[in-house]
Unconditional design. Structure first.
Ligand code: IMP
Ligand code: MG
Length: 419
């Protein structure tokens, strides 16, 4: 039994978010005790609305309690004792929070849209909790505004996997609005290209819209692209071809990054490449190895789709081998499953976001939001951004648009309060 448990744990732990699972578990109790599934066939009992109101109150109380436990963790953070907080005992994988989370209010907000308390057969789910956490995060950021920097992942966050940001993408006017309100924008993507033209091809809808907009020059220059996780930095510039100007490394590299040795980079990529080659051979994958200056990956032969299990296996092997290597302890790297490819990049999105913050004059983590789709603890590249700033975990580009609309609505409420 113990062995079986361990196997299950080893296999699944990287596919779970412990904080979300814990909150889901807490909400399961009022669901079991208060939802009334029999009302479907016994209509003479309590009305649906009365049950929902009671259940909502219980859920909301729990979210208030969780909010307090998070605040207690933040108090511990301030004295460097976060490893001793109650939350750490309950959710050992929890890291630091950059802001409190308005969980009670966010629950009510999402309940009014998702009718969680109305449900009698489906308990609060992973996605319910994920969206409540996103709302709680943006509520807190906006109440303590202004939000100075928003960084976005590319694939799956701004556009569908492997696609481009085309002119009709509804995210474009929302990003322009953020820029108009004074937020800086960073696109922190794993896609690693040395030439501006490649990024223009992926992002032209947004870049053309910024060019054509009436935003002041200074606001337009508030957009940068951080490519290859944390390896290439381009800034919007309407006067150059492709509208992107390569920023010289000395203008944006963090001082720790200057110490990354070329020989270490080559050594790490050599180990990663050997691991990828080995897995491709063993798993009989129809793959091409791509070696770049700062990354190595496998991409499918045209028309081929790898299954999730194979992609995950490939990532986890590469990650383990690199973790065990000497150079892997000296140099940060990120091994991840890109949906139908696997890449190992030098650096990761925590460095990417930190570099954006420094570039814009030292913006704090509590004034920065990173929006991305990959937040599992292994094989996912947005996860590391949590070390640098607050985050929102979206599941597709439509959710990104919804999140930005929610932020605009909350901003309006906030402005009305201040008037
Ligand atoms: P993201 O979701 O914007 O971080 O982009 C991830 C995708 O970029 C990967 O799944 C790859 O398809 C693509 N990509 C292109 N070049 C690179 C690279 O050098 N490293 C990692 N991913 C890359
Ligand atoms: Mg992505």
């Amino acid at each position: 039994m113990t062995t079986r448990y361990r196997v299950e744990y080893a296999l699944k732990t990287h596919r779970r978010d412990q904080l979300i699972e814990w909150i889901k578990g807490l909400l399961a109790v009022p669901f079991v005790l208060h939802s009334q599934p029999t009302a479907v066939f016994e209509p003479e009992g309590e009305s649906v609305d009365a049950t929902a109101t009671r259940t909502q109150r219980r859920y909301a109380e729990i979210m208030r309690d969780v909010e307090d436990i998070v605040n207690d963790h933040i108090t511990h953070q301030q004295t460097g004792t976060q490893h001793r907080s109650k939350l750490k005992l309950l959710v050992p994988s929890v890291a630091n929070f950059f802001t409190p989370l308005a969980l009670h209010d966010a629950f009510i907000w999402q309940d009014q849209r998702r009718f969680i308390s109305m449900r009698r057969f489906v308990p609060p789910s992973f996605n319910d909790v994920r969206l409540i956490l996103n709302t709680a995060q943006v509520m807190s950021l906006i109440r303590n505004g202004p939000l100075e920097l928003v960084t976005f992942d590319g694939d799956v966050t701004l556009y569908n996997d492997g696609q481009c940001l085309t002119p009709e993408n509804p995210v474009i006017p929302r990003i322009l609005k953020l820029m108009r309100n004074g937020s800086k924008i960073g696109i922190v993507t794993a896609a690693g290209y040395t030439e501006a033209h490649k990024y223009y091809e992926r992002l032209y809808g947004l870049l053309d819209a910024i060019y054509a907009s009436d935003l002041p020059q200074s606001a337009k220059q508030g957009l940068i692209i951080m490519g290859g996780e944390s390896n290439y930095c381009f800034r919007f510039d309407g006067n150059v071809p492709d509208m992107l100007k390569l920023v010289p490394k000395q203008e944006w590299l963090l001082k720790e990054m200057v110490l990354w040795e070329e020989s270490d980079i080559t050594a790490l990529l050599d180990i990663a490449e050997a691991s990828l080659r080995d897995t491709v051979k063993n798993m009989r994958m129809d793959a091409t190895i791509v070696r770049k200056e700062r990354a190595v990956g496998i991409i499918p032969q045209p028309g081929n789709k790898f299954c999730r299990e194979t992609l995950e296996e490939t990532v986890l092997i590469a990650q383990k081998i690199l973790e065990m290597s000497e150079v892997g302890n000296r140099l940060p790297f990120c091994a991840f499953n890109g949906g139908n490819d696997v890449f190992v990049d030098i650096g990761d999105k925590s460095w990417g976001v930190l570099a954006c913050q420094q570039f814009f004059g030292g913006i704090e983590g509590s004034k920065t939001l990173h929006v991305g789709d990959q937040f599992l603890s292994a094989g996912a590249n947005d996860f590391k951004a949590r070390l640098a700033c607050t985050t929102a975990w979206i599941a597709n580009p439509t959710e990104t648009v919804q999140l930005l609309d929610e932020m605009a609505e909350l901003e309006e409420i906030q402005q009305r309060k201040l008037r």
